[in-house]
Design a protein around this ligand. Structure first.
Ligand code: MN
Length: 434
């Protein structure tokens, strides 16, 4: 129902205003010495995978308030991602979470997604919940961890589950697996730090042994929650040690919400890229902890600085003035309790596109000269000039060139997608996920 002709009809109602805004943005950008065409082309190239677990309403331990019309099957999740991709042009893949998604016929699902121009991004393994398929009908439990567990039978089950995710992903056309572990302790003395870490490293090596040659394994860190005293993979240092100890194709994944307050995430991005171990992202935003709020909704300047580091990592060695986004796994990891989850994901995608466009506007030679001249005031002026430029017409133009919507949220509402899905799937349909 979100069809190219309906999007075009909506775009036509905005075409004149857009043309005027675009002309003005081009003029602003060219006056500051940047090339608007390069910005539009790079934004149009960017895509971030949508998380299968965030297409339904999220919940907290205090309750959940479903929005209605949530996808009931993995196929319906693909439908929702295809719908937002039609509007943004920048969500060309879906990232699955197993066993929340464990399709009985992966070949048919791959075909179904391909017909909707949706690919499968990294697979996410879940060994933080007991599940009949992974914990042998209650014979074992992940209550005290998975790969870190003191009982080898629990560790074996966790490794097997990850192998299953790889096997499933191969049939879907995925080329990466994300291992996020809830492993850790909630009380001092509960377990030995070193013994837990060594067991996790051993488990990752066993998972890695199953990895096809063109696959990558991502280790994702998080300081606390669900464990409240220690996490085994608590920070980027532990994540890097694990990646380096596992193999060449083991890389670190940065989830923006998985840091202690005020961590300098852009510097972490730079360090991991420098070490050659930056693999991917889970984008979201937060105020206090792992809040899973909409990307760019709380700290847009931080998001801009992160994209600036990504462009630095993507800088061509031959011609340093050419900067592009490096080929990493860019994914959204959000859980929203209040908004329509599809609107939440489209806002996140827009925020990333805006941050990318702003980062592309930074006058790199001038910034380097200011750095060499030890002129922090000038360096700040250069960053702020880019950050404060209204790049939204350039981003809208990038979307238009991808046959997507000039204004995704307004178009989504005009086409009444949610109303239609409530009619089809029901008011009480509940998606699997967080
Ligand atoms: Mn994550």
């Amino acid at each position: 129902m979100i069809t190219p002709d309906r999007i075009e009809a909506e775009n036509n109602t905005r075409a004149r205003t857009h043309a005027r805004d675009l002309d003005h943005a081009r003029e602003l950008v060219s006056r500051s010495g940047s090339d608007a065409e390069l910005v539009i082309a790079e934004v149009a190239r960017f895509s971030a995978a949508a998380p299968s677990w965030a297409l339904g309403t999220g919940g907290t331990r205090f309750g959940r308030f479903p929005i209605g019309g949530e996808p009931r099957t993995t196929g319906e999740k693909v439908d929702d991602v295809a719908a937002i991709n039609a509007l943004t042009g920048a969500n060309r893949s879906i990232s699955l979470h197993v066993p929340w998604d464990d399709p009985a016929d992966p070949d048919a699902l791959r075909q179904y997604a391909a017909e909707r121009a949706i690919a499968f991004d990294a697979m996410n393994s879940n060994t933080f919940q007991d599940n009949p398929t992974t914990t042998r009908d209650g014979a074992i439990t992940y209550k005290f961890g998975s790969l870190c567990h003191s009982d080898p039978a629990v560790r074996d089950a966790a490794v097997e589950h990850n192998h299953h995710c790889i096997d499933l992903g191969m049939r879907l056309g995925s080329t990466a697996i994300i291992v996020w572990l809830a492993d850790g302790t909630s009380f001092p003395g509960q377990a030995n730090f070193r013994a837990q870490f060594e067991r996790v490293l051993d488990g990752l090596r066993r998972i890695y042994a199953r990895l096809p040659a063109d696959w990558r394994l991502f280790t994702e860190h998080k300081p606390y929650e669900p464990q409240f005293y220690s996490s085994v993979v608590n920070d980027w240092g532990s994540s890097l040690l694990l990646a380096q100890g596992t193999g060449d194709r083991a890389l670190c994944l940065v989830d923006l919400g998985h840091h202690l307050p005020n961590a300098n995430i852009e510097q972490i991005v730079s360090r991991l890229a420098m070490a050659g171990r930056l693999g991917g992202f889970h984008f979201n935003d937060s105020k206090y902890g792992d809040d899973d709020l909409t990307t760019g909704s709380i700290k847009p300047y931080q998001l801009f600085l992160i994209f600036l580091e990504l462009l630095d990592a993507g800088r061509s060695k031959e011609s340093p003035e050419k900067t592009r986004m490096p080929p990493l796994a860019y994914m959204i990891d959000q859980s929203n309790n209040l908004k329509d989850p599809l609107e939440d994901l489209m806002q996140a995608t827009d925020a990333m596109q805006v941050a990318l466009a702003q980062a592309l506007l930074v006058d790199q030679p001038a910034l380097r000269a200011a750095q060499d001249a030890n002129d922090p005031a000038l360096a700040q002026e250069i960053l702020h000039r880019a950050f404060r430029t209204d790049v939204r017409p350039l981003v809208a133009e990038a979307r238009r060139r991808n046959n997507a919507a000039l204004d995704p949220i307004a178009t989504y509402r005009a086409l009444a997608y949610r109303t239609e899905k409530i009619r089809q799937r029901g008011l009480n349909a509940v998606a699997t996920g967080i």
